[in-house]
Design a protein around this ligand. Structure first.
Ligand SMILES: NC(=O)C1=CN([C@@H]2O[C@H](COP(=O)(O)OP(=O)(O)OC[C@H]3O[C@@H](n4cnc5c(N)ncnc54)[C@H](OP(=O)(O)O)[C@@H]3O)[C@@H](O)[C@H]2O)C=CC1
Ligand SMILES: O=C1O[C@H](COP(=O)(O)O)[C@@H](O)[C@H](O)[C@H]1O
Length: 509
């Protein structure tokens, strides 16, 4: 039984067959296979395991193995050696089939009769477009490839986000999943939860007694959560993205998960259920901070075209491949939320995420209130030009990526005759503390599924609560026409309005 997300580097003991649906796709070759390889190279996979790649393309075992070996060499986070890669890919097979055809499942079941080659514990990883989830799970059940838990060999199913398109479809998807599977068999993956720095939010808050007493409305002015990307529409993604957009692609999963971790109450223990119960409670208390109109609380944007500084042209969102030139889908969104509970009432929570922004960064910035008495003057210097300002508030920054770490901005006396204060950064950075590369999110999450630890996966009621938060946006898209923002910017100035009545502004760094 799973008791803790803190499994670390335990080897998986159960022999297992891992079936990856969508084996010829981008996620499989860039993330899943390299992550499994690293687990293998670190001796964390069981002695007996088989990986089956499932897709429609016409490969045989050998071609597929060669492709996967190439992917490992290209995308592995650690150096590879040919011998280990060769041994690893010898565990891989290819199964050609269409998810919508029962024959594909029947053929797989026939193969699985050879229990020596295909161990009976089974992990099905659905790395496919969301519209195929229900068909895949229903067919797996009907073909007898998954069985409800009951003490014998286990079956687990991993589902990639997005888990639906809105509240209604998320409810329908959950009910379909739970018609065929037990909740304990479903692993809804949100790769942000596999990031070391995201997990560290919980350790930082609840392993240290000094911060928790000030993590509330009495001391905190507001919280800003940013996930900005410099990329536009990556190759082959336009079709998917234009159908989903930034709210569904990033907010209903990654950003709301970050919000949960930084605002939830301490769980009674570290079991998956205790942590997820606390996340659901805080999500249920979270609402858009609408004063009069929804357009007070949400700003959507699309990047326009521009130049890249080297004479090249950057395409605007509406000019990208497989994007409807009249699309109303957002590539940027900023919103203001309120958490209606005792701890956070009145503390604005500001979220923003987008493509083609000025920098790739993901951070959670917790800004404290300004000191009650302005005893000192603050100095702020840039390029040797200094200004005198009001005392700045402290900010605690969880830097998720890049330059992973935790930083606290504090005012300190500037050396010299005058009694003035300047902001300095007290910092902890992973690279300066531990001289090793951080595990990729998928490495951790895949091992957790094999261990049966669902702590870092999203429960059905959590998913539903996430959709409830954004549902008013999805129902009012016409009132929230996207503004155009320039490429390589921090979004559009209109979104600054979200700071009304707040001591501060978006952190543009
Ligand atoms: N790529 C990424 O970085 C991320 C992806 N995700 C999620 O992961 C999932 C997969 O994404 P990604 O790999 O990018 O998608 P791709 O479009 O690259 O791959 C889709 C895969 O599904 C297979 N497929 C499609 N239809 C069928 C069918 N009827 N029967 C059998 N196989 C089928 C395709 O293979 P074939 O055509 O050979 O059948 C292909 O292998 C999605 O849910 C996405 O949202 C989540 C986070 C990041
Ligand atoms: O899930 C997704 O995440 C990526 C960003 O992930 P990160 O780990 O690089 O921050 C995003 O590009 C993509 O659109 C989305 O589907």
């Amino acid at each position: 039984m799973a008791t803790s997300g803190i499994i670390g580097e335990n080897r998986v003991n159960d022999p297992v067959t891992i079936v990856i649906f969508g084996a010829s796709g981008d996620l499989t070759h860039r993330k899943l296979i390299p992550a499994l390889y690293i687990a293998y190279a670190q001796d964390l996979l069981p002695e007996k395991f088989t990986i089956v790649g499932f897709a429609r393309r016409d490969y045989d075992d050998e071609t597929f193995r060669t492709m996967m070996a190439d992917s490992i060499k290209e995308f592995s986070r650690l150096p590879t050696d040919d011998e280990t890669v060769g041994r690893f890919v010898s565990h891989i097979r290819y199964h050609k089939g269409d998810i919508s055809s029962m024959d594909a499942y029947d053929d797989l079941r026939t193969k699985f009769e050879d229990q020596e080659a295909y161990p009976e514990n089974r992990l099905f990883y659905l790395s496919i477009i969301p519209s195929l989830f229900e068909t895949a799970v229903r067919s797996l059940k009907e073909s007898g490839l998954v069985v409800k838990p009951g003490g014998g060999p286990w079956t687990r199913v991993v589902i990639e986000k997005p888990f639906g398109r809105d509240l209604e479809s998320a409810l329908a998807l959950n009910s379909e999943l739970l018609r065929h599977l037990d909740e304990s068999q479903v692993y809804r993956i949100d790769h942000y939860l596999g990031k070391e720095t995201v997990q560290n939010i919980l350790s930082f808050r609840f392993a240290n007694a000094i911060f928790e007493p000030v993590f509330n409305r009495s001391y905190i002015d507001h919280i800003q959560i940013t996930a900005s990307e410099t990329v536009g529409m990556e190759k082959g993604r336009g079709g998917y993205y234009d159908e989903y957009g930034a709210v569904r692609d990033m907010v209903t999963n990654h950003l709301l998960q970050l919000l949960c971790l930084v605002t939830m109450e301490a769980p009674g223990d570290l079991s998956a259920e205790s942590i997820r119960n606390e996340k659901v409670k805080v999500l249920n208390a979270t609402k858009l901070d609408i004063r009069k109109e929804i357009s007070d609380a949400v700003f959507r944007g699309q990047y326009g075209g521009g130049t890249d500084g080297e004479g090249g042209r950057i395409k605007g969102y509406l000019e990208e491949d497989r994007i409807d030139p009249e699309s109303n889908t957002e590539s940027f969104v900023a919103m203001r939320l309120a958490i209606n509970n005792w701890r956070w009432a009145g503390v604005p929570i500001l979220l923003r995420t987008g493509k083609r922004m000025a920098r790739k960064t993901t951070e959670v910035a917790v800004q404290f209130k300004v000191p009650p008495l302005q005893l000192f003057q603050q100095v702020e210097c840039e390029d040797d030009v200094c200004d005198i300002t009001r005392i700045k508030p402290n900010t605690l920054i969880f830097q998720i990526q890049p330059n992973e770490g935790i930083f606290l901005k504090v005012g300190t006396k500037r050396p010299g005759m005058r009694f003035v204060v300047e902001d300095v950064k007290m910092d902890f950075s992973y690279s300066g503390t531990w001289n090793k590369s951080l595990p990729e999110a998928y490495e951790r999450l895949l091992l957790d599924t094999l261990h049966g630890d669902s702590t870092l996966f999203t429960r059905s009621d959590e998913v539903e609560a996430e959709w409830r938060v954004v549902q008013p946006i999805l129902e009012n898209l016409n009132a929230l026409k996207p503004y155009t923002y320039p490429p390589n910017a921090w979004g559009m100035p209109e979104a600054d309005w979200l700071f009304h009545g707040v001591e501060g502004a978006w952190r543009n760094k």
